[in-house]
Design a protein around this ligand. Structure first.
Ligand code: TA6
Length: 282
């Protein structure tokens, strides 16, 4: 099923799975499988468009983090995609086992300030595909201008998990990463990476799908196409310093495992298209 409300789209399958996407940021804020919510959404998250959503799957484009130089330096952290109201393009397919909805964003949807901050002619098409045991998010970036531009893309996915103290992440061993907490670089040594304190790492060039495990059992498998990097983030007790993070100990029930193209710039020539997708399997 497909229901359009004033500020969101609701998708559902006859077998009970569902997803909810706000037009604000085209942010997926809910994904339910087997009656269970799979995404973490802060109880203090602003859903009215006044700020990016703290939880769900905010979209990062055209810059990951905050640039201090270059063509994205004027943009706020993580760019504008998560701040804008997207256009609903419609449902592109619907069957008993899967349903897809597409959203679009271009310069016409930006404020004058945002257009001045990043003055390129671009077109984004964001597709969310709900199936019985997976959620696929796909971004198509088109350069509609006459100047080459550089960009990052990332699906900033907040997973809901039973307990951070039982969590491990498999699939990162041998991959080099940059750690923002310790401001260092290293190669991952752990087959199963535990998260028992604040973590904020960009793993560059992750070869295969990554598994998020609870007590040794895989609860999410994160794979994709053309998204070479994985960011792992948990703010730990630092969550209490974020005005929109709640409950205060909610960090115990979330982990961000974010598929993206962020460790280097992707360059897109005029009239070219780039496409990347992330698939999360239960
Ligand atoms: O993806 C990790 C990260 O870039 C962290 O450095 C952390 O700050 C987080 O995103 C949240 O950023 P936000 O701008 O949503 O507060």
């Amino acid at each position: 099923g497909f229901v359009l409300e004033s500020d969101r789209v609701k998708l559902s399958l006859p077998t009970g799975e569902s997803a909810e996407i706000l037009l604000h940021g085209a942010t997926v804020i809910s994904w339910v499988v087997d009656g269970q919510e799979k995404l973490f959404l802060s109880e203090k998250a602003a859903l009215d468009g006044s700020k990016p959503v703290r939880g769900g799957i905010p979209l990062v484009f055209p810059v990951f983090g905050k640039s201090t130089e270059g063509p994205t330096a004027a943009l706020p952290q993580h760019g504008f995609a998560r701040l804008c109201k997207w256009e609903l393009l419609g449902r592109t397919s619907e069957a008993d086992t899967a349903i897809q909805v597409d959203f679009g964003l271009g310069p016409e949807n930006l404020t004058d300030d945002q257009r001045n901050q990043w003055p390129y002619e671009f077109g984004l098409i964001y597709s969310v595909n709900l199936s019985m045991s997976s959620l696929e998010t796909k971004m198509l970036v088109r350069n509609e201008g006459s100047e080459t531009f550089d960009f990052n893309v990332l699906f900033h996915t907040y997973f809901r998990i039973p307990d951070i103290n039982n969590l491990t992440i498999e699939g990162l061993k041998g991959t080099s990463y940059k750690c923002k907490v310790t401001k260092s670089e290293a190669v991952e040594e752990e087959v199963e990476l535990p998260v028992r304190s604040e973590v904020d790492r960009v793993y560059a060039g992750v070869p295969n799908a990554v598994q998020v495990k609870n007590g040794g059992e895989t609860i999410f498998k994160v794979g994709g196409t053309n998204l070479e990097d994985i960011v792992v983030w948990n703010p730990w007790e630092g969550a209490s310093k974020m005005a929109d993070f709640g409950p205060e100990d909610g960090y115990k029930n979330m982990i961000c495992v974010e598929a993206g193209a962020v460790s280097k710039w992707h360059s897109l020539e005029p009239q070219s298209v780039w496409e990347g997708s992330a698939v999360v399997n239960i």
